[in-house]
Design a protein around this ligand. Structure first.
Ligand code: SF4
Ligand code: SF4
Length: 388
């Protein structure tokens, strides 16, 4: 494992993301404890020091899991990062907040109450890294609210030592939103976490976001480096181009080596679900091996062929609130396949399985507001049957 730094703290270049842990019977909130703990133990014994979670991951169970899994290790042997769920909050009265869809039905709380609950669930008395979750055009109404004073509260917790380093994650549509936020709160944040990979460099202007963050002198933590696994499974034709150069290398290794070439990237998070994934990724991060110019050009060519993809990362935020219990990310994966000429992808839609039938969408829109990628999910559900 090689190491980089954030605000003077040595961090492993590969970080363990805890939003795609193995689960029982496909149920997001039922983490498969033994298998998931095997992955954490492997990470700890192979030099990974950075562990990322969030209030909502795995239906609120990710924080509990990681707290329990790391408890047997000395507190100074790992760096724990979690996130404040302001992007899923609505303001009520007297400093009380409720939750929007995705966390709908969760009890009302206060900013201080949520933070205290997170420390308790993670079984720690401080977070090494703490982030405002998804600062975006939609969530500023909470993060900037003069009564809630979210950022003042975080500064206070930092002064008390409960937060060692403060940052935020962002799926903002525009780099200007991140730039404005960093300018208004200059000096408050130590790092920013963004969705960054060779496809989003153009598709979601990740380049613009990287440039803005580094202009403010901050380090970048990467999420979705292989786009929720999408860049680990390329269409045959694109994969053949990469294999012609490195027959043994996986598509995921290409994507991660591309990220190793960005100097201001500190940690690349990977939501690893299996031991095989973590073993391969640990190997990729044994030492920096950034792509050379010819390799980068080839990956740009691959990315350019995928720019019309619907940018779903399979985060599953949308599925919790769907009244028809549709497998939205799987349907979108099939949609991308069909749209890009993979006609076999239509067979992923199984008429006998109602969760895979886009015609059952009632267009209620409960999913669209929650999607961090701003995907027009009802529009896709309406269009897809006509393409089959
Ligand atoms: S718009 Fe369709 S896919 Fe979205 S939540 Fe409603 S029924 Fe589900
Ligand atoms: S459609 Fe949006 S919210 Fe749903 S899984 Fe994909 S990226 Fe996540």
């Amino acid at each position: 494992m090689y190491y980089k730094e954030i605000a003077g703290v040595k961090v492993s270049a590969l970080g363990m993301g805890n939003m795609r842990l193995p689960v029982i019977d496909g149920q997001e909130s039922r983490i498969r404890q033994d298998k998931a703990e095997e992955i954490i133990d492997y990470a700890m014994s192979h030099g990974i020091t950075y562990y990322d979670t969030a209030y909502r991951y795995h239906g609120g169970q990710s924080e509990r899991f990681i707290g329990q899994a790391l408890k047997k290790y000395p507190r100074d042997s790992f760096l724990l990062a979690s996130k404040f769920p302001g992007h899923m909050m609505v303001k009520k009265e007297n400093g009380v907040v409720g939750f929007t869809s995705g966390l709908a039905g969760w009890p009302d709380n206060t900013v201080a109450g949520v933070f205290a609950e997170q420390l308790e669930k993670c079984q720690v008395d401080y977070f090494d890294f703490y982030l405002l979750h998804n600062v975006s055009e939609k969530s500023l109404v909470i993060y900037d609210d003069p009564e809630l004073q979210v950022i003042e509260f975080m500064k206070q917790k930092k002064a008390e030592g409960r937060i060692r380093h403060l940052g935020f994650s962002s799926h903002a549509s525009s780099p200007a939103t991140i730039d404005d936020f960093l300018t208004r709160y200059e000096g408050v944040f130590d790092f920013v976490q963004i969705q960054l990979n060779y496809l989003d460099w153009k598709l979601q202007d990740a380049k613009g976001k990287y440039d803005v963050i580094t202009k403010h002198g901050l380090k970048v933590v990467v999420m979705e480096g292989v786009r929720g696994g999408r860049l680990a499974q390329l269409p045959e034709e694109q994969m053949a181009k990469l294999q012609a150069v490195h027959p043994e290398d996986s598509a995921a290794r290409w994507a991660l080596r591309w990220l190793q070439g960005l100097p201001e990237v500190s940690v690349v998070l990977s939501g690893m679900t299996t031991l095989e994934q973590i073993q391969e990724n640990v190997e990729t991060f044994a030492a920096p091996a950034p792509l050379d110019q010819a390799e980068k050009d080839l990956l740009t060519e691959v990315a350019d062929s995928m720019l019309n993809w619907v940018p779903c990362t399979a985060c599953r935020y949308c599925t919790e609130g769907c009244p028809m219990e549709l497998e939205i990310p799987k349907i979108i994966a099939a949609y991308n396949g069909v749209k890009n000429g993979d006609h076999m992808a239509r067979y992923d839609l199984d008429a006998a399985d109602p969760s895979m039938d886009p015609r059952r969408c009632i267009g209620c829109g409960a999913c669209a507001g929650i999607c961090p990628q701003n995907i027009d999910i009802p529009g896709i559900m309406a269009e897809f049957p006509g393409m089959l």
